[in-house]
Design a protein around this ligand. Sequence first.
Ligand code: ZN
Length: 166
Amino acid sequence: MPSGRVHACLTVLAAGGILTAGSLVDLPTPTVIAMTSGCLAGLLITPDLDVDVPVNSHAVVRRHAGLLPWLAWRLLWLPYAKTIPHRHWLSHAPVIGTLIRVAYMSAVIWLILTLLGIPFPWHSPPGWTGWALSGLMIADAVHWAADLWYSSVRRAVRRFIRLAGG
Ligand SMILES: [Zn+2]
């Protein structure tokens, strides 16, 4: 798979693409901001959280938020990483992978809020939620396409080396 940094660069490029396309087709500014933010959330809520070791997402949290948030982020995603094999369709397939990750995060947040006695806003999600979710889906689709492209190039190189070697 491409490195976490390559995926991060592609996610930022996709966010730039959303920003540019949103301006070109004259989408309302709050919609463009929500989609772009959702796409950038893909830097943290990446399909590669299915890896059983710390990934770029964890490094970003540690670098920008510190040790305790890093530990919380690592513990939050550990059951997910232990349950779903790396690059499985449950984590990497466009749309379904995003929905599963968001559902997982929502369930954990619901559990924490419930333990704190705070009601979870199931019935009144903010209006931008759908646009942010679609931005995250775009980031995940770009991630999936990069993984697919990288795998096919690697297979082609191996085939070429095998043929060239005899
Ligand atoms: Zn991946």
